[in-house]
Every structure is written in C-alpha cells, then in structure tokens.
Design a protein around this ligand. Sequence first.
Ligand code: SF4
Length: 266
Amino acid sequence: MTQGSEANPRPMPKLVASCLTRAEHGMVVENESSQEVIDARNGIVEFLLINHPLDCPICDQAGECDLQNLSYDHGMEGTRYEEGRRVFDKIDIGPYVQLHMTRCILCYRCVYAAEQLTNERVHGVINRGDVSEISTYIQNAIDKDFSGNIIDVCPVGALTDKTYRFKQRVWFSKPFDAHRNCTKCSGKTVIWKKGDDIIRITARKNEFGEVEDFICNECRFEHRDLNDWTIEGPREMDKDSVITANKYELPVVSPAVNVDAKFVSE
Ligand code: SF4
C-alpha cells in the first residue's frame, strides 16, 4: 500500500502491490503496519481457499506449500462459502507429473514456465470462469524436456512429482546441494535423501522460493544413484521452514536462539 509523496502528492486511489510499483521520493509504503492491507490479504486468501481442499495431511506439497503458509498467516478458522466445491475428472498428463486439479488455484505459473522452457508447450488452461482447468491438449502427455520444472513453480500441490508421490513427508527427508555434469542444464540441484536413498530431486530455490536454475528432466528424474552426484553440502533452508525441523544440532543452551546451531549432515 502506498501513500502520496512530496513529489507526487496524489495518493494511490486503491491498494497496489508495493513490489510492482515504481518508487518515488518521499513515498510511504505500508504493509503489515496497515489494517487495510491485512484485511485485503485476508480476503484474497479466503477467495483462494474457496475451492481448495483442506487435504494438507495427505498432500505431497505440505511443508513447502505457499498457500499453506498464507493460510497459516491470513486464513480464517472456518469458511463462509456455502456452495459446492469444484470437482474434476481425473486426467493422466504423463509419466512424470501428477495433476490434482482440485488443488489448482489457476495462477498460470506452470503455463508461463512451460511456455518459456519447453520447445513445444502441450498444456494450458481450458474453459472459462469456474470451469477453467489445467489440461493437456487432447490428452497429450507432459513429457518435454524441462517440463518437470512446472512441479517446482506450482505454489500448491496441484502438480506433484509422480516419482516422489506419497514417499515421505518433506520434513523427514534431508536436502543437499549437489551437481553433476549435464549437457542440457547447469546440473545444479537439490537432492532429497532418506538414509542413503535419493527420494526426490528438485531445482534450487532462492530465499523468495523462486527457482534459481531450471533443471532438465534427466537430472530430475533419471539419476537417483548417489554416485551420479557430487554432494556440495546440506542445503540451507529458511530457519522458519518446517523442513528444518530435526536438522539442527542440540544443545540449545537457553531459550534464546542458538546462533551456533549447525545443520546436521549425514
Ligand atoms: S502452477 Fe499449479 S496452481 Fe498454478 S495454474 Fe499450474 S497447476 Fe494450477
């Protein structure tokens, strides 16, 4: 939310996203300091949850889901929605990616990512209004190289990794930065280990949860042997992320934060 500045005293007529608004001298930006902004965020989250199922306990995205985090911060305890939720027939979109259309919030991130990364995008949003849905064109399979990145950009559990489905809660696995020589991509990934097994491979994400380097399907799906990878070390996660649970060395000597805590490697 922004107010007017000395140079341009006209106040913004409505709330705008401050990260997308050009900065001006003297501009005042308010975020959680404004009740109006908090109310707007609460309202948007309420809208996002209208059709979203509350299946976090069985959803593979739990623990790394943007919508789960948003609902934790801004969600209501109950719902005011009285209509039926959207339901969809199951469709198979290929060997690598599982689509759960009921969880989709139609953000289009997977469509934009596939448009930019794959040489022939084969999926998109069909229909309009409350019957809009992600679909492949005439039941094509999403199997183009680099198409696995749509899993990483999906903010909810609508697109999940078929090779990882129901294998593990993410906070019980340990992420490591690793790389391999790859002719198609940078080969820089995060491998998620359970014991000595690699149970999932993802791209690396930055502090904002955005992918740093998109990776090819070969690195993501076809190299599950530890010998294929050079492990650089434990992946640093956000300290508030549930993924860090059980991954720091004790003892914590006082209730104060233990600044010397170290990530436990295997
Ligand atoms: S990225 Fe996920 S939530 Fe967004 S449109 Fe695609 S499937 Fe739906």
